[in-house]
Design a protein around this ligand. Structure first.
Ligand SMILES: [Zn+2]
Length: 948
């Protein structure tokens, strides 16, 4: 296998990160240079998680070339990825120990509508100092030879826009309009990422002119202290008169633009492909010749390598061609993304009229849509390129291997404890070779496969993971595990195929960014008796999680019966999967019931509704074929449809009787919800928040509470600062809500496997934010300004948590401290107003609630019927033993790896020493040539030596 030669300045290779599977829908490759990396391919949902799984570092990634079309299906992972990159930059800049300063701008290249689709996200994306440059390729005839559209120190790139239909006829008037509209979009995108707007800048104005809801600040006339009040209406601040001058934050500028130019006049069905070439490779430096010509062995040789002539002390001029051999063009790769046969026809035409277009190209990566690979036109096209290597991925026949091995392994192990609760993710073991035409130079795209381009061409499959199956997963074997498991008996929890009661499927249970073990937020509620399915939050790749759980026919059924999506707030980890769920649902209707009514509620704050409506001009199905009923949620007036109050209870087609939401302390407009069904079932869902008394009120007596529990109890400070809950706080809310069942979810990605459920600090009183008067007005940080992710985005590898799980943690009754906390929480006030005996009776009631309350901990892919939540605790001793053992093994492996690396380094150092000793005693082997021949007599590299 060719290994990139470290001495070559242009050494580079390509590595595949994803190929089409259930949860990684696109094909993505990363081009590696020493100084930078480039993404080329589809940034579909799940691509970022695949980078984490494959160990592809993204720190050096600043540039992406998106293939395919500007649709959510092809590039729905873009926004999440861009925000992660922007946050990496922000963290690097805030790191005082780092001397790197501000990073380079993030550059995204793509086809028509790319700028528009990014600009649509202006309501929830806000970053300062992370410039994003969107390069939307102008569609026109591809001509060869031509200048590359992108050039930097490493690569040259030629984009090729391939259209399936004839392009709209252009005229000067239309072109000018398009240009003007594009300028508007560009300035919006610039304001989203590189504005000088600051969250802590306040503006003064009369209270009556403030656009509510908003947090308003006013100086107390007596104490002169600045006080804040969160107002959804002027009634919330009876102490402020309409004419009083208050201070408010300025919304970030891009969010103020209500409408952007419609994108419908931009070209449709254009798929992007690229030709990527390295730079001209220099010839080898002939050290012997240089010495013979009298060129001293020092930094001056670098000048010659860099193409400059030098003059020796004796006046002789040495030109580069005298000592540097002839160079050659660098190798290149073509990336052809062809969604349909019509696109192949276009490409075939381009190849025929642009002879030499594939000059120096050594390999072609084909990303083929359905039925393309079997078409005659594709077969004849590839036949004309028989001297090249072909890497083929086809969306209609891909090996559905497990792309996220870590979570899959965890799910497979959990299924041994209870296959009812933890189903095994669906996959197949088809040989990827069967997906490509049988020919000697045809290869399937496999994640991990590396294609070395310079200095020596070759494939390296040592990073391709072996296919994962149920049997290949490591199992726990400890005594503790075996004893705990056998104590469970065979049927700890059984799964009935027919749905006779509500079922909760926790699709994504992690906070902030996706990690190896937990995807971002999404929970599916399946109601019995034809009442439909509902999604509570819908983070990136919710569809991918669903595809691992349900067969195609089951999934179709789930989608056809999906009747509502509720989005808690506009942090990216809670809603970026929405468009693709709507898309796949619309497709399911088109295929199975084209004429049926397909209503689906999208319930959220106004910005989410506006975002989806905006996005419809990129993909019109959103408003034309999705059946969308956009419901704006509002805690004061209740749900609104087109500005009018919407009464679910009178809707014959709706199984919901009421939806009540409250604003919670987390970020602007974050909400929690309580949904009651007509059959009486009541479910409450927190979204992300600090403990909320209002939420306790609307959720009173819920059958199920799903509550975030981002942090361990030891991290109470983080929970407060980042506006999340600890596990104890979440259970405290459940207690006060008198919820019958609790599902804890949304765990910090610090706790990759199991949260610490030690219940040592269950608070008697919760610090309800709204009652303390600082609701939504805590420390000003990025989360206040519309940050994309929760501010819990730094994934640490250190073990923050003891990962202990106390099997008896549910015995809450003994742990309720007396109500002696004097903090002015709403609850404490309430209790204070009661007589002593009534307070005692309330406490007794809570103790009863606590004893009877069933609690379970969510894992990705978990499905639990409501009546089974109480049984989950029986499984925890076995699960606890499992995680303890697996973690120990992983620690042992890491220690062994570290030991191997250090012994390897020691060995190398010894060898170097031996070699150095050998050289100084004149035993060095002669004639090794190349870099070795430029070594000094003591065998150490001279720092000033040219590295060729
Ligand atoms: Zn959040």
């Amino acid at each position: 296998m060719a290994v990139p030669n470290k001495d070559s300045r242009q050494s580079f290779h390509l590595q595949f990160v994803t190929s089409p599977t259930a949860d990684t829908q696109g094909t993505l490759a990363v081009l590696h240079f020493d100084s930078q990396r480039y993404m080329i391919g589809r940034l579909a949902e799940g691509a970022q998680r695949a980078c984490i799984q494959r160990g592809v570092g993204i720190k050096k990634l600043h540039t992406a070339f998106l293939t395919g079309t500007t649709t959510w299906k092809d590039n729905g992972g873009l926004l999440g990825f861009v925000l992660t990159l922007a946050d990496l930059q922000r963290n690097a800049e805030q790191d005082v120990s780092s001397s790197t300063g501000p990073g380079p701008p993030i550059r995204i290249h793509g086809g028509p509508k790319l700028m528009h689709s990014v600009a649509c996200a202006r309501r929830f994306i806000f970053r300062t100092g992370s410039p994003l440059k969107v390069h939307e390729h102008q569609v026109g005839d591809f001509k060869w030879p031509s200048e590359p559209e992108f050039v930097d120190e490493n690569i040259r790139v030629w984009p090729i826009a391939i259209s399936a239909s004839s392009l709209p006829s252009s005229s000067d008037t239309v072109d000018n309009l398009v240009k003007e509209e594009q300028a508007v979009r560009r300035s919006i995108v610039s304001a989203m990422f590189n504005s000088d707007w600051r969250a802590d800048r306040l503006e003064q104005r009369p209270f009556e002119s403030v656009k509510l809801p908003a947090t308003v600040w006013r100086r107390d006339p007596e104490t002169r202290k600045l006080q804040s009040t969160y107002c959804t209406s002027m009634k919330d601040a009876p102490h402020i008169q309409p004419g009083d001058i208050v201070s408010v934050r300025q919304p970030w500028p891009a969010s103020l633009i209500a409408e952007i130019p419609n994108a419908s006049n931009l070209p449709e069905a254009v798929a992007m492909s690229y030709l990527v070439r390295g730079h001209h490779q220099r010839g080898a430096f002939d050290s012997k010749k240089a010495t013979a010509l009298g060129v001293p062995n020092n930094a001056i040789r670098k000048e010659l390598v860099n193409g400059k002539a030098i003059t020796l002390d004796n006046g002789t001029v040495i030109t580069p061609d005298m000592v540097v051999g002839a160079g050659r063009p660098s190798k290149g790769v073509a990336f052809f993304d062809l969604p349909s046969v019509a696109h192949v026809q276009q490409l075939q035409h381009l190849l025929s009229v642009n002879r030499g277009m594939l000059e120096d190209i050594v390999a072609v990566v084909w990303m083929l849509g359905p039925r393309v690979a079997d078409s005659q036109v594709f077969k004849s096209t590839i036949a004309t390129l028989s001297t090249l290597d072909h890497f083929i991925s086809r969306s209609d026949f891909s090996s559905n291997s497990l792309a996220f091995e870590s979570v899959a392994a965890s799910a497979i192990r959990l299924s041994e404890v209870s296959s009812s609760l933890f189903p095994i993710p669906l996959y197949d073991t088809a040989d990827p070779k069967d997906t490509v035409p049988a020919a000697s130079r045809h290869f399937p795209v496999r994640p991990g496969l590396q294609l070395n381009l310079e200095p020596r061409y070759g494939q390296d499959d040592s990073h391709v993971p072996p296919p994962m199956t149920i049997d290949s997963v490591e199992r726990p074997q400890s005594q503790e595990y075996i004893a705990a498991k056998s104590a469970l008996g065979p049927d700890a929890i059984t799964y009935a195929p027919s749905l006779t009661e509500p079922e909760i499927v926790t699709l994504g249970t992690g906070s902030a960014q996706p990690s190896k073990y937990r995807n971002v937020s999404a929970t599916l509620l399946r109601m019995p008796n034809g009442q439909g399915n509902y999604l509570l939050d819908c983070g990136e790749n919710t569809m991918g999680q669903l595809r691992r759980l349900y067969s195609p026919s089951e999934l179709k059924d789930i989608l056809l019966n999906l009747k509502g999506i509720w989005i808690s707030h506009l942090h990216a980890d809670h809603h970026l999967g929405t468009i693709s769920v709507l898309h796949d649902r619309a497709v399911a209707f088109d295929e199975s019931a084209p004429d049926a009514d397909r209503p689906i509620y999208l319930m959220s704050e106004p910005n989410m509704i506006d975002y989806v409506r905006d996005y419809a001009s990129v993909e019109p199905f959103v408003t034309q074929r999705s059946g969308l009923i956009p419901i704006v949620c509002n805690q004061n007036v209740g749900p609104l449809l087109d500005g009018r109050e919407y009464d679910f209870s009178t809707q014959e087609s709706s199984a919901i009787s009421s939806v009540r939401t409250v604003n919670v302390s987390h970020c602007q407009n974050a909400q929690a919800v309580a949904i009651t069904f007509k059959d009486g079932f009541k479910i409450s869902y927190s979204g992300d928040c600090r403990p909320s008394a209002r939420f306790c009120r609307i959720g009173r007596g819920s059958d199920v509470l799903i509550h975030e529990a981002t942090f361990d109890d030891e991290m109470e400070g983080d929970a407060l600062a980042k506006k999340h809950c600890t596990i104890s706080e979440a259970l405290g809310v459940a207690l006060r809500m008198e919820a019958k069942n609790v599902v804890l979810t949304h765990f910090s990605q610090r706790y990759q496997k199991l949260p610490n459920l030690s219940m040592t600090k269950l608070p008697g009183e919760l610090a309800f934010e709204e009652a303390r008067g600082n609701f939504d007005a805590g420390p000003i940080d990025a989360t206040q300004g519309g940050s994309y992710f929760d501010d819990d985005s730094i994934i640490t590898t250190d073990k923050q948590s003891a990962m202990s799980l106390h099997p008896d943690f549910l015995d809450l009754s003994t742990q309720i401290p007396s109500n002696t906390d004097t903090r002015a929480s709403e609850d404490a006030n309430l209790i204070a107003s009661l007589s002593a005996s009534r307070a005692a009776s309330l406490e007794r009631r809570r103790a009863t609630v606590a004893t009877n309350m069933a609690v379970c901990v969510a894992f990705d892919y978990m499905r639990v019927r409501v009546s089974q939540i109480k049984d989950c605790r029986r499984l925890y001793p076995a699960i606890q033993a499992m995680f303890a053992e697996m973690e120990q093994r992983s620690d042992d492996r890491k220690a062994a790896e570290r030991a191997a690396i250090s012994s390897n380094l020691r060995e190398k150092a010894e060898q170097r020493e031996k070699k150095a000793n050998g050289a100084s005693s004149g035993k060095k082997a002669a004639g090794t040539g190349g870099a070795d021949s430029t070594s000094n007599s003591n065998g150490n590299k001279n720092k000033g030596e040219p590295q060729i």
